[in-house]
Ligand binder design. Structure first.
Ligand code: HEC
Ligand code: HEC
Length: 282
């Protein structure tokens, strides 16, 4: 191609953009406005989006999309390139030319899942999860028995952490993992390089076997070379001297049962997560 032809082609393209650009841009923008995320607030999509995000986006935007060394915070609600679902879809697909933000070749459903995930993180916006909160509360305190171990606003058990503000402190994917696979975060927590070795886990499940052969399971509250204090599964605090015990085993897994799909149907999980997500203190 001669230099002249190339100049001509560039000129023709520029003219086309100048002439048609406005009209085209207008239609495209109108179309973008009309499109909304078909999986908004869907817990399964949010979870899929979280793992796609972890693999593809977190190196720049940080593990929880709160910003990393190379990309901005996506949870702050500031959208330089447009805040509608369609605009964010466009940014993810086409990238931001001239910056490090790359174009991506996801399936549409994957891009929507990522957007559902990112939206679920927006801290100021509660109610990002669709689901029946009132039903979720019933499941929490009655059907699934969560409140036997967890306190919410002063009511419930003490074997697990108080969940009165859990919706503020934790993301939706974290909540889902906590329910479906409670031991997952525990084990990764133990490998966390920021967690100094030898620092006891707060909810360390321990089994002790007494001299008489009795087995007691609980959460370790205090332990030193000579004694261990357990909050047992009936939520009684018991003190044992190690010399009186046959065995002390740190289970390295959560005392919380994994709520499988048989125990907690996906629709129930959705209502439960909607409830937990709404817990933001008073
Ligand atoms: C190599 C680094 C990098 C990767 C990987 C990356 N981004 Fe970005 N992203 C950026 C940078 C830098 C910007 C800011 C662009 C600018 O200057 O406007 C950005 C901007 C964005 C924006 C626009 C924010 C706004 O204010 O409108 C969105 C949305 C976004 N990224 C989502 C993603 C998603 C989702 C992924 C993964 C699929 C991803 N990014 C992967 C670096 C990255
Ligand atoms: C037998 C007691 C027990 C029951 C029943 C129980 N949990 Fe837990 N839960 C725990 C313990 C102990 C932990 C802390 C260790 C861990 O992370 O798994 C925990 C952790 C959690 C966390 C993570 C909190 C955080 O901020 O890290 C959430 C969320 C949670 N449980 C929700 C539930 C829900 C919802 C139910 C009912 C479906 C439930 N739990 C039933 C004992 C229980």
């Amino acid at each position: 191609m001669t230099r002249r032809t190339r100049t001509w082609i560039v000129a023709a393209i520029s003219a086309a953009i100048l002439l048609g650009g406005n009209a085209l841009g207008g239609t495209a923008r109108a179309q973008e406005k009309a499109v909304t995320n078909p999986v908004a607030g869907n817990p399964a999509a949010i979870q899929e989006g979280a793992s796609l995000f972890r693999a593809n986006c977190s190196p720049c935007h940080g593990l929880n999309a709160q910003g990393g060394g190379r990309g901005p915070d996506l949870t702050a609600g500031r959208w330089v390139h447009g805040s509608s679902d369609a605009a964010i879809f466009g940014t993810i697909t086409r990238g931001v030319p001239g910056t490090e933000m790359p174009a991506n070749g996801f399936e549409d459903s994957e891009t929507w899942a990522i957007i559902a995930y990112v939206r679920s993180l927006t801290p100021a916006k509660s109610g990002a999860v669709s689901g029946d909160r009132a039903r979720g509360e019933k499941i929490f305190s009655q059907t699934a028995g969560c409140s036997t171990c967890h306190m919410v606003q002063g009511r419930g058990g003490v074997l697990g952490p108080d969940l009165s503000r859990v919706g503020e402190a934790r993301s939706v994917p974290y909540l889902i993992d906590s329910i479906r696979e409670p031991s997952k975060e525990l084990s990764s927590g133990m490998l966390d390089p920021n967690n100094h070795y030898g620092l006891p886990l707060v909810y360390d499940t321990v089994t002790v076997v007494t001299a008489g052969g009795e087995k007691i399971v609980g959460v370790a509250k205090n332990e030193d070379a000579f004694s261990i204090q357990l909050l047992d599964t009936s939520q009684r605090l018991q003190l044992f001297l190690k010399k009186d015990l046959k065995e002390v085993t740190h289970e390295r897994k959560s005392l919380m049962p994994a709520y499988t799909e048989q125990m907690l149907k996906p629709a129930d999980l959705q209502d439960l997560v909607a409830y937990l997500e709404s817990l933001r203190g008073e």
